[in-house]
Design a protein around this ligand. Structure first.
Ligand code: ADP
Ligand code: 5GP
Length: 214
C-alpha cells in the first residue's frame, strides 16, 4: 500500500546544512526528487546552472513573475529566489515527493497552497557551529556573510511554525532522522485516499489464496 505524494519543505538559517542534507537524501531515496529553484544571486564556485539553481538576471526573474511561472517567490539575503510551478510538476509526474529547499517566507506560501506538505526545519547545534560552518563553506563575501548571520536570528524564530525540527549535529544522524520523518509521513492514513480499495484488494487476494489451498 502506498500513500500520496507530498511536497517536503526544508528550511534552515544559511549554513544550517539543508542543501547538504537534501543532496544526501536525493542520493539515497528514489522516492524523492528536487525542485531546482531560480535565483538572481551569482553562482558560487562549483555550482552548476540547472542543477543547483537556474541563475537568472533580475529582468529574466521579473518576466517569470509577471508570467505567473512561480508557485512562490521571495527576497532573501538581498536576492530573489523562486520555485517554478513546472519544476514541482515535473518531479510529481515522476511519481516522487518533491523536495523544496526554500526560506521561511516561501515555506508559508507553499504550505498555504499545499496543506499536505511536510515541513522540516534544520537547526545547527549552536551559533558557534553555525558561524564556523558558514565560514568553512568559504562561499560568501564578508557583506553577504554578515547579512546571512543577521537574518539567522529571525529565521530561527520561525522554527516553531514547522512540523519537525531536526538538529544537524552529526550529518549522518541528521540525514537518517529526516529520512525517518519521510517514512513515517508516507504511512499516515490521511495520505492514503485509495486505502479502502487497497484493503479490499488485499482481502480478496487472501481469500482467493485460502480457497485454492482448501
Ligand atoms: P545551507 O544549505 O543550509 O546554507 P550547507 O548545506 O551549504 O547549508 O552547509 C553549510 C556548510 O556546513 C557546508 O560547508 C557543509 O559541508 C557543512 N555542513 C553541513 N552539515 C554539516 C555537519 N553535520 N557537520 C559538519 N559540517 C556540515
Ligand atoms: P543560498 O543563497 O544560500 O543558496 O540560499 C539562500 C536562501 O534562499 C536559503 O534560505 C534557501 O533555502 C532559500 N531559497 C532557495 N531557493 C528558494 C526558493 O525557490 N524560494 C524561496 N522562497 N527561498 C529559496
Amino acid at each position: 500500500m502506498s500513500g500520496g505524494l507530498f511536497p517536503i519543505v526544508m528550511s534552515a538559517p544559511s549554513g544550517g546544512g539543508k542543501s547538504t542534507i537534501a543532496r544526501l537524501l536525493l542520493d539515497r531515496r528514489v522516492d524523492v526528487g528536487y525542485s531546482v529553484s531560480c535565483t538572481t544571486r551569482a553562482p558560487r564556485p562549483g555550482e552548476r546552472n540547472g542543477r543547483d539553481y537556474h541563475f537568472l538576471s533580475p529582468h529574466e526573474f521579473d518576466t517569470k513573475v509577471s508570467d505567473a511561472e512561480f508557485a512562490e517567490w521571495a527576497e532573501v539575503h538581498g536576492n530573489r529566489y523562486g520555485t517554478l510551478r513546472s519544476a514541482v510538476r515535473e518531479v510529481l509526474e515522476q511519481g516522487k515527493h518533491v523536495m523544496l529547499d526554500i526560506d521561511v517566507q516561501g515555506a508559508r506560501q507553499v504550505t498555504a497552497a499545499f496543506p499536505e506538505s511536510v515541513t522540516i526545519f534544520i537547526v545547527p547545534p549552536s551559533v558557534e557551529v553555525l558561524v564556523s560552518r558558514l565560514l568553512g563553506r568559504n562561499s560568501d563575501s564578508a557583506e553577504s556573510l554578515a547579512l546571512r548571520l543577521q537574518n539567522a536570528r529571525t529565521e530561527l524564530l520561525e522554527a516553531a511554525r514547522y512540523q519537525y525540527v531536526v538538529e544537524n549535529d552529526d550529518l549522518e544522524s541528521a540525514v537518517q532522522r529526516v529520512s525517518a520523518i519521510l517514512d513515517v509521513e508516507s504511512t499516515r492514513v490521511e495520505r492514503m485516499p485509495a486505502l479502502g480499495d487497497q484493503v479490499v484488494g488485499v482481502i480478496d487476494r487472501l481469500f482467493d489464496g485460502l480457497q485454492q489451498r482448501g
